[in-house]
Write a protein that binds this ligand. Structure first.
Ligand code: IPM
Ligand code: MG
Length: 357
């Protein structure tokens, strides 16, 4: 197979983790006889520094011309004081919108090797933790209009609009149902229907859409309760589907209870065109350039890419197994090093995975 991949390292630890992920990609491609063609594009702060904007037109074109996109991370204190219209995060939101990536898949599963790193009590962890958060990614308060700042009774006031159309809700619930069918067939739709009009429509459409999947057992939960239940008893969840802002918050929570936000990949997909793969964690500016970041979330994002965008199951499995093997041998980056094991840096971890392949 010939794979055309657009790489967007971005900011902070982005370039370091990307370098290791690319080594792994090239190794697995060579091993299985595939050709990889990569192009690197600017996004976020790196694009602001080079061209004055977080998402240059050339980057969107490079993504569109590729089969899949791999992203590092964007943002950092250097650009925090910028005009909100050109902050690094605008680059990420812009590329999601430009590529129509409405479905964000964020698996939060516990690596048994890393059970000690979990923040939950051992008796809770031992119940199991394997959740897929399906987050709507191109709607809600992130993109809703009107938005902005105004004057109310002589003082500044700011506002955003959390808006969803029926078709937007329907297509994300459908994706979640399809995923649930391939897993435990349990789908929990998270909303705030006791307060928000937008959530009442969300729930109504979720019920109607999931009815097309009689095998999927649909339940509903208010977002505040869901935040609590994720800590109290995460084993009750199989697939969670929710809107953009709730999904942003709950996916961070779901990932950190596994103990290792540095381990978790994600996929963002649209109706057609290239999908985008990125680690769940951010740009971690405090540790950037020190070669101590955990590259495994990005490496596992490569595995998700091979599986979802190219249907290369054996190749993806080879990466997953290599990562597991390295963990089983006790190698840990600082973020997942709890008391035992051998502490390694970012490039060393990348090399270990390459060797295991
Ligand atoms: C995420 C991040 C982004 C988001 C930021 C960086 C814009 O937190 O991917 O979860 O809020 O979607
Ligand atoms: Mg987030």
């Amino acid at each position: 197979m010939n794979m055309k991949i657009c790489l967007m390292p971005g900011d902070g630890i982005g370039p370091e983790i990307m370098a290791q992920a690319v080594r792994v990609l090239e190794t697995v491609a060579a091993k299985f006889g595939h050709a990889v063609q990569t192009e690197t594009a600017l996004i976020g702060g790196a694009a602001i520094d080079a061209m004055g904007i977080p998402l240059p037109e050339a980057t969107v074109a490079a993504c569109r011309a590729s089969d899949a996109v791999l992203l590092g991370a964007v943002g950092g204190p250097k650009w925090d004081a910028m005009d909100p219209a050109i902050r690094p995060e605008k680059g990420l939101l812009g590329i999601r919108k430009a590529l129509g990536l409405f479905a964000n898949l964020r698996p939060a599963a516990l690596f048994p090797e890393l059970a000690r790193a979990s923040y939950l009590r051992p008796d809770i962890v031992s119940q199991g933790l394997d959740i897929m958060v399906v987050r709507e990614l191109t709607g809600g308060a992130y993109f809703g209009e009107p938005r902005g700042e105004t004057l109310v009774n002589g003082e500044r006031a700011a506002f955003n609009t959390m808006i969803y159309s029926e078709s937007e809700i329907e297509r994300i619930v459908r994706v979640a149902c399809e995923i649930a069918m391939k897993r435990g067939k349990r789908l929990c739709s998270v909303d705030k229907a006791n307060v928000l009009d937008v959530s009442r429509l969300w729930r109504e459409v979720a019920v109607r859409t999931a009815a097309e999947y009689p095998e999927v057992e649909l339940s509903h939960m208010y977002v505040d309760n869901a935040a609590m239940q994720l800590i109290r008893d995460p084993s009750q969840f199989d697939v969670i589907v929710t809107e953009n802002l709730f999904g942003d918050i709950l996916s961070d929570e779901a990932s950190i209870i596994t103990g290792s936000i540095g381990m978790l990949p994600s996929a963002s997909m649209g109706a057609g065109g290239p999908a985008l793969f990125e680690p769940i964690h951010g740009s971690a500016p405090d540790i950037a350039g020190k070669d101590i970041a955990n590259p495994l979330a990005t490496i596992l994002s490569v595995s998700m890419m091979l599986r979802f965008s190219f249907g290369l199951e054996a190749e993806a499995g080879a990466i997953d197994s290599a990562v597991k093997a390295v963990l089983a041998r006790g190698y840990r980056t600082g973020d997942i090093h709890v008391g035992e094991g051998v502490k390694v840096g970012c490039s060393e971890m990348g090399q270990l995975v390459v060797d295991a392949l």
